[in-house]
Design a protein around this ligand. Structure first.
Ligand code: PHE
Length: 351
């Protein structure tokens, strides 16, 4: 076969291979096979100078033309394949903007104690009360003495109360704000005092630190009926419109008379559930204890008589409730410690 024919044959073979290459990688293999350093056509070109003079021109020209034609075809095919491959990749990488975005980060919520605290505040603010807060580190005077506690009262014992010094302690209730607020403001006074209190107690229904809301109303002609009406309104706002309350005689050193207040159970009727079973929330009694209260003892007013609280002229009532207790009753929480474990699976339930 003449060299020119071999060149034509190689060119046709290469053209077929270029047309058949289905990727830029396959095309590169074709280029190496036909135009690479060890390929036949370039070899042939390099050998032209060794050919007899009369053949050199024709062979050299044919080989050069074939090489240039192949290079041009390779370049064109490479361009086509690159575009096809890019298009395919873009198609594959396409972001479906119609899909929903990643879920939003979970939104937090107020702790059940905070929710209940604010709800109690809202109810009393609507009744015309103002909110006051007092110190958690308190003097024995405001915590016990001014509240008429006997020197032998058991709550004074270091086994019951956290003392920081002989006459300084962590308040055991919010009641010290009764005398403090009356020192600051002449009657009439209508305040509630939410805040932390501390007792040396720890079990299913007690934690060493918990929350109370104190209430104090002092004016002329305040009676126990005002106390009952106020707490009835509170109980209905908190636990439902058809709640009743009842007052049971009790004792507190700083109120006279003193009462404990129960709200009718919202889970049953007179102790029996809808299916006739003994109610587990009120233990079949039909009543739930919610707070302690009473008429402010004249001895307490006596400490602030000089500021307008002459016990012959003004009277008042006071009450104190546990925020945790209210929250537990309202939401059926059976272990107080759940409120402090900070397990989100528990806390999440109270939207
Ligand atoms: N301070 C009392 C307690 O912690 C509650 C109370 C407050 C009772 C006001 C009467 C009046 O138990």
């Amino acid at each position: 076969m003449s060299m020119e024919n071999r060149i034509t044959e190689l060119q046709q073979e290469a053209e077929a291979a270029i047309a058949a290459a289905s990727s830029t990688a396959a095309l590169e293999d074709v280029r190496v096979r036909f135009l690479g350093r060890k390929a036949e056509l370039p070899n042939l070109l390099r050998g032209v100078s060794e050919l007899p003079v009369e053949q050199r021109g024709a062979v050299g020209k044919a080989a050069n033309q074939a090489r240039r034609a192949l290079e041009a075809q390779l370049e064109e095919r490479a361009g086509e394949l690159a575009v096809a491959e890019l298009t395919a990749r873009l198609e594959q990488d396409r972001v479906d903007i119609t899909l929903p975005a990643d879920p939003l980060p979970a939104v937090g919520r107020l702790h059940l104690i905070t929710q209940t605290w604010r709800q109690i505040e809202d109810i009393f603010i609507a009744l015309g009360y103002r909110v006051a807060e007092g110190p958690e580190v308190e003097s024995v005077y405001y915590n016990f003495d001014a509240l008429n506690h006997e020197p032998t009262h058991p709550a004074r014992a270091w086994t019951d109360t956290f003392y920081l010094a002989d006459d300084v302690l962590l308040r055991t209730h919010t009641s010290p704000m009764q005398v403090r607020s009356m020192e600051l403001q002449e009657p009439p006074i209508f305040i509630i005092v939410p805040g932390r209190v501390y007792r040396r107690d720890s079990d299913v229904t007690h934690t060493p630190q918990f929350h109370q809301v104190e209430g104090l109303a002092v004016d002329e002609n305040i009676t126990l009926a005002d106390l009952k009406g106020t707490l009835q309104t509170f109980a209905r706002a908190m636990f439902g419109d058809d709640r009743e309350i009842r007052l049971r005689p009790h004792f507190f050193p700083f109120t006279e008379p003193s009462v404990e207040v129960d709200v009718s159970c919202f889970n049953c009727s007179a102790g029996l559930t809808a299916t006739g079973e003994r109610c587990g929330i009120c233990k079949g009694t039909g009543w739930l204890e919610i707070l302690g209260s009473g008429m402010v003892d004249p001895n307490v007013l006596g400490h602030v008589a000089g500021n307008g609280y002459d016990p012959e002229r003004v009277q008042g009532f006071a009450f104190g409730m546990g925020i945790e207790r209210i929250a537990m009753l309202k939401y059926g929480v059976t272990d107080l410690r759940l409120l402090y474990d900070n397990d989100v699976r528990f806390l999440e339930q109270f939207a």
